[in-house]
Write a protein that binds this ligand. Structure first.
Ligand SMILES: Cc1ncc(COP(=O)(O)O)c(C=O)c1O
Length: 398
């Protein structure tokens, strides 16, 4: 039955991890993988998350199914974390379902769009996270790209983006990264979010916000200012939330998909469709990760401890950005590397030619995917000079 299936090429990002593992060089550096790392190269579980998990295990008396919408306390708290006090005002218009991480949330959103409007087109940024297209497109909806990144200035191609959106037909869906744009690290200013809201309103477009890094850019509040602006103004908004990075819950697959609908009746109908989509794919969501996040958010002391740990991670990432920019500038004072410090979150694009990226991996043993996306959390005091030397050696390679 399966003999005719051909072996597929490796996933571009997971392929980098495999190549890194195979490399025997003791000084190899992995800037490819999309997870946070501390200065020892570990991806820690935040203490507050461990404490919540411990309490949960001690108290849990049953493993009975959580129900199709998942953990309702989690759903309420995670949407409140994203939307703030607005979550209360929009509560009756909101339909939320717990999902299998942020990927599950994106896919749930795509399946729902496909059920509601099979001809709907989702417009994603150019470039966008490598998994957006397969994850959303595989539901059957059509995907297209809008201009987002200007490589010459290493900033948002805002005029082109706005003009493009202003030409889209009503009902088109626009996928926006809530913060810490993956892979470019360039985010919209609040003013730009406002201008986008104007165009979305004017053209009758529907925003779909992918929020995978709340708290990883500046802080838990500033990172969602743009999202909240849209939620306040737009009649309909789709929101995919991931707890992988900010709670360090990666493998527990905790996330949520929420829709703020035009009215309460529509939200109620959407909730039934969300439950049906989940039921048809996997029946019920997993419990553990969402229960942990709900507990952290519901306990003021744990919540504060978690927010403090998150703030420390962000401070470290900002410091690493400054450190790498500094070491590169020391080697090439004729070039500007300050863009590294202006970008947000874990990722930036090196902006080198394909041959230079290949040389970084194969000759310099500094690994990243072929688009040249680096994860700043892979840099450390111990390897920053090696990384800077390697980058400087391949600059100009074609
Ligand atoms: C932009 C973006 N969206 C969504 C996700 C989904 O994350 P997960 O499914 O691990 O929660 C990621 C993870 O890397 C991401 O970078």
């Amino acid at each position: 039955m399966f003999g005719k299936l051909e072996t597929l090429p490796p996933d571009p990002i997971l392929g980098v991890t495999a190549a890194f593992r195979r490399d025997p060089d003791p000084n190899k550096v992995d800037l490819g993988v999309g997870v946070y790392r501390d200065e020892y190269g570990n991806t820690p579980v935040p203490q507050a998350v461990r404490a919540a998990e411990g309490a949960l295990i001690a108290e849990q008396t049953t493993k009975v199914y959580v129900g199709p919408a998942g953990n309702l306390e989690f759903n309420e708290r995670i949407v409140r974390l994203a939307l703030g006090p607005l979550a209360g005002e929009l509560g009756s218009r909101t339909a939320t379902i717990q999902t299998v991480g942020g990927c599950g949330a994106l896919r749930m959103g795509a399946e729902l769009l496909h059920a509601a409007a099979p001809d709907a087109v989702v417009h994603v940024s150019d470039p966008t996270w490598a998994n957006h297209e397969p994850l959303l497109g595989n539901s059957g909806i059509t995907l297209r790209r809008y201009p987002y990144y200007e490589p010459t200035t290493r900033s948002v191609a805002f005029e082109r983006m706005l003009e493009h959106l202003d030409r889209l037909p009503g009902g088109a869906v626009v996928l926006l990264h809530g913060c810490c744009h993956n892979p470019t690290g360039v985010d919209l200013t609040l003013e730009q979010w406002g201008a986008i809201a104007d165009v979305l309103e004017k053209r009758g477009l529907v925003p779909f916000v992918d929020l995978a890094y709340q708290g990883f850019g500046d802080d838990l509040e500033s990172d969602v200012a743009g999202l909240r602006l849209l939620a306040r103004r737009m009649p309909t908004l789709l929101l995919a939330i991931s707890c992988s990075k900010n709670f360090g819950l990666y493998r527990e697959r905790a996330g949520a998909f929420a829709i703020v609908a035009e009215n309460e009746a529509t939200a109620r109908a959407i909730a039934t469709h969300q439950a049906r989509i989940g039921r048809r794919m996997y029946s019920m969501p997993p419990d553990h990760g969402a229960a942990i996040a709900a507990r952290v958010l519901g306990d003021p002391a744990l919540r504060q401890a978690w927010a403090d740990e998150l703030a420390a991670m962000v401070a470290r990432m900002k410091q690493l950005r400054a450190l790498l920019a500094d070491r590169l500038a020391a080697r090439r004072p004729d070039l500007d590397f300050s863009w590294l410090t202006r970008q947000k979150g874990m990722f930036s694009l090196l902006g080198l030619e394909a041959a230079a990226i290949v040389a970084l991996c194969n000759e310099e043993h500094v690994y990243m995917p072929p688009d040249g996306r680096i994860n700043l959390a892979g840099v450390s005091d111990a390897n920053v000079d090696r990384v800077a030397d390697a980058i400087v050696r391949v600059i100009g390679r074609r």
